[in-house]
Design a protein around this ligand. Structure first.
Ligand code: BGC
Length: 811
């Protein structure tokens, strides 16, 4: 017998208007309070590698920067994901919020997706296990997760309008799986719908997705909120199951929704259900009666520092090692490359935050060895946009679009990038109708041509000492910046003498947004580097005992709102690596990217480490691994192909990737990631699950049943270390169109030198099941299945055959 709960009584005490008010944001990051009934204001914050707070993307209160998703993915450690979830919950509280807009669990379908860095893996089993850990960690502290983006958001091309065409078997077995486990196992309280359409209808109004799958099949009782400006209708979203339209103020609800109830387009009962869902979330997170004044502050906690440093090493993957690592007595070190003295700690887009601090590789090494043991050479650049100008810049705002009259507001910026949303300029201008003039100064350190670059979400021009150098005003065209609202960068060259100081003035005029309402600009300047710098880096390498070359990308490339054009290292980094390797054979290549890169120099490199974007402790975590204080604990969560063309979305048909005429067709169905390389017989550069340890592991004595497998793992080396035992499962008789084997379990194993352990990996009937489209259920076909265990998808050491009984499992 069901009893009436407090929130049921409360929801019925609300007027229709009040119920409706709970279904839209009040502003960018909150849902309105209802003072009459003592209902508090619920606040949300991005997510997922920390808690940014209520500021805009740039600046704001500082926050702890945790490793990005792919780094957590590489840890293969759900317990670590849980610890990170717990710590991020503390961060969310320090920002006065109740809900974290995290984790991101879309799947690495193509290697060029701009947001792969934010997601865990190409594999649903691994993604789901980590998502469960993270969500449970967050929610154990009373902070709601908002697992995202539900579903089919595997690329950033036309991301707010594209139609992802995905067959239901691939959806159920791959793309929905992390969400399913988050609902059924972790009991997530929040889900964010994606921007895209799924099989013809926007996910925010897709009844099949939100009604059938999520609520009826999975029994979900949490809320679904839209991605920012991703709710586009009134009755269809509410009726389909979208509880909360974000951000506010409302665009399609409020009075429009009340009117829709009056015309009968939406029933009173539906509104009541949505409002009840919101009250349940508020009750779960404590927002319901939270009447504390809103405050957000920076809490730089030592235990967060330690966790981030450990997690960074746990995600670092030793791709190759001819014995050079760990560095013992490395002698004089040459610290080379564009990422050596710049800390690449996170990706770009809404996951950005203002970190408490950033430790670069140079800082981490200098802290350990002292700066005298190190020599530095940048070698080349890897930026996508010209580096920002820092110092005191002034921004003058006009309450019209033509710089008329006196500025209504003036503020100081500490760098030449800004991202303005509601409340900008102290609320003195209308964000949709303003102009702004920003002034800064730049002093050339060397003589020569300097490249000035500008891009903006808005019409903009850049003047250097009064001369127009870049014009993205008259010729503004949409590009891949600022969440697809900005143009691509345009550059102009100016000759400068050494020490010459110039005045830079940028003018910006607001323009209507396509989807995400904001104005933004970035300008910068640098002196292009050339052959001389590569030669100098090679010389520094030759003069050192050991060279460390830090190459990769940054959040400019690995970012929301834009996919990569290819997977080569940007700029002249491949030439730099080759030159350094030729100059000193004792060279370690340290990569920091949000996914795979081609490595034309791979055969010559004795040691390669992939460190991703590991958060604020970046340089310390990398130094810990280089010197062997920490194991390289990571294993690849994504296959690294030898060539871009080898990846699963390589089809010649643009509709398969990046999309054509508004559609992207997931033609490969189940064959993504290692399943694809397996089926096509393509040897990857480094396979899924690959990563070396500083010690050696063996596995033996496999016993397997349909309920699971047991095996003995031994550390046969002379130091403690960790490995990841991976269990793959497939039918003994291959099934046409289906993968030969898929990951069904794994265990991260830590053992002392010479130690052995018996490892158990459980299996359930669902692990043997296929989605049955006609029957709308999971079916286990009776028969023999092969269990293979190993250290990567291609390094399978032991196998056994088990027999499964026929079974039908509900969705
Ligand atoms: C992103 C979401 C994010 C939201 C709020 C959107 O652009 O896709 O992941 O949570 O903005 O910043």
């Amino acid at each position: 017998m069901s009893t009436r709960t407090d929130i049921e009584t409360l929801v019925d005490a609300l007027t229709l208007e009040e119920q409706v008010s709970l279904l839209s944001g009040e502003d960018f990051w909150s849902v309105p309070a209802i003072a009459r009934l003592g209902i508090g204001k619920m606040r949300v914050t991005d997510g997922p590698n920390g808690a940014r707070g209520s500021g805009s993307l740039v600046g704001g209160v500082t926050a702890a920067a945790f490793p990005v998703g792919i780094s957590i993915g590489a840890s293969w450690d759900p317990e670590l994901a849980r610890e990170i979830g717990v710590a991020i919950a503390e961060e969310v509280k320090s920002k006065g919020a109740h809900v974290s807009l995290a984790p991101t669990v879309n799947i690495h379908r193509s290697v060029t997706n701009g947001r792969n860095f934010e997601c865990y893996s190409e594999d649903p089993e691994l993604t789901a296990a980590l998502a469960v850990g993270y969500v449970e960690g967050l929610q154990s502290q009373g902070i709601s997760a908002t697992i995202k983006h539900f579903v089919g958001n595997e690329s950033e091309i036309e991301r707010t309008t594209i139609d992802s065409v995905v067959d239901e078997v691939a959806l159920r077995e791959i793309y929905l799986r992390p969400f399913e486990d988050a609902v059924k196992i972790a009991g997530t309280w929040g889900i964010m719908s994606s921007y895209n359409k799924l099989n013809g209808s926007y996910t925010a109004e897709n009844e099949w997705l939100l009604g059938q799958v999520l609520r009826r099949d999975w029994g979900y009782d949490g809320i679904v909120m839209s991605d920012w400006f991703g709710s586009r209708t009134t009755a269809p979203t509410v009726n389909a199951g979208l509880d909360l339209e974000m951000p506010g103020p409302t665009r399609d609800r409020g009075a429009k929704l009340v009117a829709a109830v009056e015309t009968g387009a939406v029933s009173r009962d539906t509104i009541r259900t949505r409002a009840l869902n919101m009250l349940r979330l508020m009750q779960r997170t404590g927002a319901l009666h939270d009447d504390r004044p809103f405050e957000e502050h920076a809490e730089d906690r030592p235990e967060h520092r330690a966790l981030i440093r450990r997690a960074g090493a746990e995600g670092t993957v030793l791709l190759k090692n001819d014995g050079l690592l760990p560095l013992a007595d490395a002698g004089k070190l040459a610290v080379i490359g564009p990422n050596a003295s710049v800390a690449q700690i996170m990706g770009g887009g809404s996951a950005q935050l203002n970190p408490h601090y950033r430790v670069s590789p140079w800082d981490g090494l200098a802290a350990r060895l002292g700066p005298d043991a190190l020599a530095h050479a940048q070698g080349c650049t890897n930026h996508r946009w010209e580096p920002v100008v820092t110092g005191n810049l002034t921004a003058e705002f006009f309450d019209n679009q033509d710089f008329d009259g006196a500025p209504v507001h003036t503020e100081t910026l500490d760098s030449s990038i800004a991202f303005w949303i509601e409340g900008m300029a102290d609320g003195k201008v209308d964000p949709a109708r303003f102009s702004a003039r920003v002034r800064g100064r730049y002093t050339a350190e060397e003589a020569g041509p300097h490249s000035f670059g500008l891009h903006a979400a808005g019409l903009a021009r850049l003047y250097v000492d009064g001369q127009l150098v870049v014009d993205v005003w008259d010729n503004w065209t949409p590009g891949r910046t600022f969440f697809e609202e900005g143009c691509d960068e345009v550059c102009g060259l100016v000759d400068l003498a050494k020490g010459q100081e110039v005045e830079i003035v940028m003018e910006l005029r607001s323009k209507p947004a396509a989807n995400l309402h904001h104005s933004a600009f970035r300008f910068g300047v640098s002196r292009p580097l050339g052959d001389a710098e590569i030669t100098a880096a090679a010389k520094a390498a030759a003069e050192a005992d050991t060279a460390l070359v830090f190459v990769g990308r940054s959040g400019e490339w690995d970012t929301e709102g834009s996919d990569l054009e290819d997977i080569r290292l940007p700029g002249r980094q491949d030439e730099l690596v080759a030159a350094v390797l030729a100059a000193n054979p004792k060279t370690v290549v340290v990569l920091q990217t949000g996914g795979p890169v081609e490595m034309p120099w791979v055969a010559d490199a004795p040691a390669i480490l992939q460190a991703w974007y590991p958060g604020q402790e970046c340089g310390n975590a990398i130094a810990d691994v280089l010197f062997g204080d920490a194991e390289p604990g990571g294993r690849l969560p994504q296959t690294f192909p030898a060539r871009w063309e080898d990846n699963p979305t390589r089809s010649q048909d643009p509709e398969v990737y990046p999309g054509l005429d508004g559609r992207v067709r997931y033609e490969e169905s189940l064959m993504i990631g290692y399943r694809h390389y397996d089926a096509q017989g393509i040897t990857p550069l480094f396979p899924f699950g690959h990563g070396l340890s500083y010690t050696r592991f063996e596995m033996a004595e496999l016993s397997a049943w349909a309920e699971g497998a047991e095996l003995t793992v031994t550390n046969t080396g002379d130091r403690a270390g960790s490995t990841v035992v991976q269990l793959y499962l497939g039918p003994v008789t291959p099934v046409e169109g289906r993968p030969k084997r898929v990951l069904r379990g794994f265990a991260k194993v830590r053992l002392g030198a010479g130690e052995s352990a018996r490892i158990e990996i459980p299996l359930s009937p669902r692990d043997f099941a296929r989605f049955d489209l006609a029957g709308q259920c999971w079916q286990v076909a009776a028969g023999d299945y092969r269990i293979e265990v190993g250290f990567s998808a291609t390094d399978l050491r032991l196998d056994a055959t088990v027999t499964a009984a026929a079974a039908t499992l509900p969705v």
